[in-house]
Design a protein around this ligand. Structure first.
Ligand code: IMP
Length: 427
């Protein structure tokens, strides 16, 4: 089986854990979009791994890890992750493959990201300041982009950097009046990146096709969530890549028809980091309670996440655009102790009910949620391994969501560990 795992909300759905579980039956794990803005947490025994660029499967010894062409690679972060894993006895030698076509995030991208957000003031997107938008903008603009393949020719890279710095400095100076990009210091860092990373750089499209022809099983790991997708998310409050499953083909050169099962990930409630409309947000005691119980603070930035009720309209939309076959629902344990739970089953727009998600940020900010109210549960479910042993109220909650989203919920997360997952009706 080849799987693609993708978040169906605004990111942070718990992909690290699900990818780690599914990786047990896979040979290769592939990241296809986003960059170091992502934060995937994997907990194994007493060890906690927070990964930003490395596919979550990296913590499994022997697993091949691919960083596809659709990813924007911050070499400093990637290098740090390789070293960090190595210090914990996990070597990537011979099993990490970075696309030669992946674009490179350099210091000036992070600077541009930060300065643009500062200049936008209250209209800012609330980015992670990891240089993601500016790097993708350079990719689309083509003339001032650096790719991993450029580390093969250091003279050529130096000449490109000089040209890029000349262009960027005019803009940075005119708009923000900041000190110029220092080509020499960036180039010095690039020498180190070449030294540490070039041996992993290759044609990953070819690698993947050859491996799949040999029958290797591949797990494609999305980053962020479908509602942050550049084209299909809540624009402009989105990330700069196709973070839904639609980005998979373009982001690694493998067609979507090669996937047997698309697994969509959700949390049992909703969260969002950064600005943008969030219809079911609970900016109150309920939201605070979910945040504290679910440790809802960003893995990458540490920012408190906005929390709210489960939005079945939004998830049904993500499942529909992403061709999702099954859903994994994480963090069910976090909802324990709330006397009542609400699920948004429709929106009211101008007095009319609709179950179709309007992804335009302006339109979405006007909707009124139509909720279904259910009784909560107060049991510790963290040790339960069978669906039938879950509290009746929890099963009703899951089954109601399943009926609205019209997609089977087959994996249930009842705690952060690998073992704390219940499998139900696996197809
Ligand atoms: P950027 O991707 O850093 O440009 O940020 C754009 C938007 O996407 C902001 O609202 C971020 O908070 C959000 N975002 C980016 N990456 C993640 C993630 O991994 N989880 C949740 N939100 C994210």
């Amino acid at each position: 089986m080849n799987y693609c795992v993708v978040g169906l909300q605004w990111g942070d759905e718990g992909k690290g854990k699900v990818v780690d579980i599914l990786a047990e039956n896979s040979d290769i794990v592939v990241r296809y979009a986003g960059g170091a803005n992502a934060g995937h947490t994997v907990i194994i025994g007493d060890e906690r791994f927070a990964l930003h660029l490395m596919p979550s499967g990296a913590v499994r010894p022997g697993m091949a890890c691919v960083i596809g062409n659709g990813v924007v690679v911050d070499p400093e972060v990637l290098n740090g992750e390789i070293e960090g894993l190595s210090k914990r006895g996990i070597s990537l030698e011979g099993r990490l493959f970075i696309s030669e076509n992946a674009h490179v995030v350099l210091d000036y991208h992070k600077q541009e990201d930060r300065l643009r957000e500062e200049a936008l003031g209250k209209n800012k997107i609330g980015t992670t300041a990891r240089g993601i938008g500016p790097c993708y903008a350079d990719k689309v603009g083509r003339s001032f982009a650096i790719r991993m393949a450029d580390f093969r020719d250091m003279d050529g890279l130096y000449n490109k950097l000089v040209q890029i710095a000349e262009y960027k400095n005019k803009i940075l100076n005119a708009l923000y009046n900041v000190p110029p990009v220092d080509t020499e210091s960036i180039f010095t860092k690039c020498r180190m990146y070449r030294e540490n990373l070039l041996r992993y750089v290759c044609n990953t499209t070819r690698y993947l096709h050859e491996a799949m022809e040999q029958g290797k099983k591949v797990l494609f790991e999305g980053a962020q969530g479908s509602l942050l997708d550049l084209d299909h998310g809540t624009f402009p409050f989105v990330t700069s890549s196709n973070s839904s499953s639609l980005g998979m083909g373009a982001g690694c050169g493998v067609p979507m028809k090669m996937i047997d099962t698309f697994i969509g990930l959700v949390k049992a409630y909703s969260t969002r980091v950064g600005a943008g409309p969030f219809p079911t947000e609970q900016d109150n005691e309920i939201g605070n309670r979910i945040r504290e119980k679910g440790h809802e603070y960003g893995t990458t930035t540490g920012r408190p996440r906005r929390c709210g009720w489960f939005d079945a309209v939004a998830v049904a939309y993500s499942a529909r655009i992403g061709g999702i076959d099954e859903i994994a629902m994480m963090h069910l344990d976090t909802l324990a102790g709330l006397p009542e739970l609400q699920v948004c089953r429709a929106y009211r727009i101008d007095g009319h009910e609709t179950t179709f998600f309007p992804c335009d940020a302006e339109e979405l900010s006007q909707v009124e949620c139509v909720y279904e109210t259910l009784p909560g549960w107060d049991a510790d479910v963290s040790g339960i391994t069978q669906y039938r042993d879950l509290p009746t109220e929890m099963r009703h909650y899951i089954e109601l969501i399943e009926s609205i989203v019209r997609t089977p919920i087959t994996i249930l997360g009842v705690g952060p560990r690998r073992s704390q997952a219940i499998f139900r009706n696996r197809s």
